[in-house]
Design a protein. Structure first.
Length: 506
């Protein structure tokens, strides 16, 4: 049996070649054009000497060029390593070396660090350029990888691969050591795009806001793959800026918003008076827990339902989701078709339903990675007993809905009591003066840990630490409310917009 993830593009092209695949900066690329350009990229990669199974790194912002290189590499039988464009040279060097990458495709405007890393590793660097001037020394134009030879068939040849071959290599954040490369297979990513797209009823006339970074598993798997698989159109934005996002939603008649809570939070603060956003039908939230106050505010302003889900890098972004018309606020929904989840105690024994039975969430199914590249011990630890151990604490209710309480590593143990930061953050987000909030534990000689809240206030609002502590004290048990409040202009965030608690602890 052979299967290649690039089939999601070739089959959609056969069905609707002239349909729009993406909008970007006022231009539209059709499926026929994307299929042909990616086919020429595949032929060029083969001509450059790359063999099936080798790794091609992509360090690009959200651009149509990312789609061309991504599907081109897949068609050539290569594995794709998406990299954050903001990585520094030592970080890029680590990823290239650890993955054994054979080639890097970067962007001319942000190439300096990539150039250093490629000089050190000896890996060729091809740059996407938006201008006409000469490229920096030691780099080549990505146009050299676009073959001009006649293609054997429309869209070029698609290399046969095994369903269990690695299609994409996504590195974990490295919060517990060096980042590890999760090997996501052709079959795994195809199933995610098919099942998730069916769950939301994705249609060929849908236009999705594609502002989540394509180098992140959420943006790549749940936006790019899902909508290409189902024949939709991507409204591509290189970065999240609320005004530009609203302009794109209006101009491209977006029907679906894919985002993380900080994005929905920012959009909920915008003035949308006079804008025609009537094409919107649903918003999807993931990547972090969505506070209820943000969800309610967003839904009231935009008049659409927000469906929250849950996933990990190791599960190609999806494990569970709320369904249209079948959701519970604050829940991460029910497992996807073909996916099993359970809540277990420290001994690995399943726990009964109910919020009083909090344990680690375990997952198994077609959505789970085949392992961490070159790390058999870490793979065995993560997949022990045949289940992926998520490191997330939660419970299942009597209706089969799952609820995340917190990350196991974020749990605060104060005086012997378990304190779940998310519960406190929910209270803080409901405070009228608070724009952003995150709760962490601080070492304490007497109690082991003390609860500390980091907050950013809304523009034009004021609140003292004493007022905020009093507010939480009225709403939380005595061992839960924060004893210390630290004010920040803005909380630190990662590339997907997720608040970085590791940076706050540091």
């Amino acid at each position: 049996m052979s299967f290649n993830l690039a089939t999601i593009l070739t089959e959609t092209t056969l069905a609707a070649p002239d349909a729009p695949a993406c909008h970007f900066a006022g231009t539209t690329t059709t499926y026929r054009e994307l299929d042909e350009l990616s086919g020429r990229a595949a032929a060029g990669l083969k001509e450059a000497g790359l063999a099936p199974g080798q790794v091609v790194a992509l360090q690009l912002p959200n651009l149509p060029h990312f789609l061309i290189a991504y599907f081109g590499a897949l068609k050539a039988g290569l594995a794709v390593l998406p990299l954050n464009p903001l990585l520094m040279a030592p970080e890029i060097e680590y990823h290239l070396t650890d993955s054994g990458a054979a080639l890097l495709v970067g962007f001319e405007g942000i190439h300096a660090e990539a150039t250093k890393a490629c000089e050190t590793t000896g890996i060729p660097l091809y740059l996407v350029s938006m201008g006409s001037g000469p490229l920096p020394d030691g780099t080549r134009s990505v146009t050299e990888l676009i073959s001009t030879a006649p293609l054997d068939e429309p869209g070029g040849d698609v290399m046969a691969r095994s369903p269990e071959d690695t299609a994409v290599l996504v590195y974990t954040s490295g919060t517990t050591g060096k980042p590890k490369g999760a090997e996501l297979t052709h079959f795994q990513m195809y199933m995610n795009s098919t099942i998730a797209g069916g769950l939301f009823g994705v249609r060929s006339d849908d236009v999705v806001l594609a502002v989540l970074p394509f180098f992140h598993v959420f943006g790549l798997s749940s936006v790019v793959n899902v909508f290409i698989r189902h024949g939709g159109c991507l409204s591509i934005l290189p970065r999240f800026q609320p005004g530009a996002v609203l302009d794109a939603i209006e101009a491209d008649r977006c029907t679906v918003i894919g985002g993380v809570p900080t994005m929905l939070h920012a959009l909920a603060q915008q003035d949308i008076t006079g804008r025609d956003l009537s094409a919107l039908r649903v918003a999807v939230s993931g990547g972090a827990s969505l506070p209820e106050d943000i969800m309610r505010t967003f839904e009231e302003k935009y008049g659409i339902e927000v469906l929250e889900g849950y996933g990990m890098t190791e599960t190609a972004s999806s494990c569970s989701f709320n369904r249209p018309g079948d959701r519970k606020v604050l829940s991460i929904g029910k497992p996807l078709w073909g996916v099993q989840m359970r809540v277990c105690d420290r001994a690995g024994q399943p726990l009964p339903a109910g919020p009083e039975h909090v344990g680690e969430i375990l997952i198994r199914g077609h959505n789970v990675m085949k392992g961490y590249l070159g790390r058999p011990e870490a793979t065995a630890e993560a997949l022990r007993g045949g289940w992926l151990h998520s490191g997330d604490l939660g419970y299942m209710d009597s209706d089969g809905f799952y609820f995340i309480v917190d990350r196991a590593k974020d749990l605060v143990i104060r005086g012997g009591y378990n304190v779940y930061p998310r519960e406190i953050e929910e209270v803080l987000y409901a405070h009228p003066a608070i724009l952003e909030a995150a709760v962490i534990g601080k070492p304490d000689e007497r109690l082991g840990e003390e609860v500390v809240a980091m907050v950013a206030l809304r523009p034009g609002h004021e609140a003292t630490a004493e007022e905020i502590i009093a507010y939480t004290r009225e709403r939380l048990a005595a061992y839960k409310y924060p004893r210390e409040i630290q004010f920040m202009d803005e909380l630190p965030k990662g590339p997907s917009g997720k608040i970085l608690k590791t940076a706050l602890r540091d």
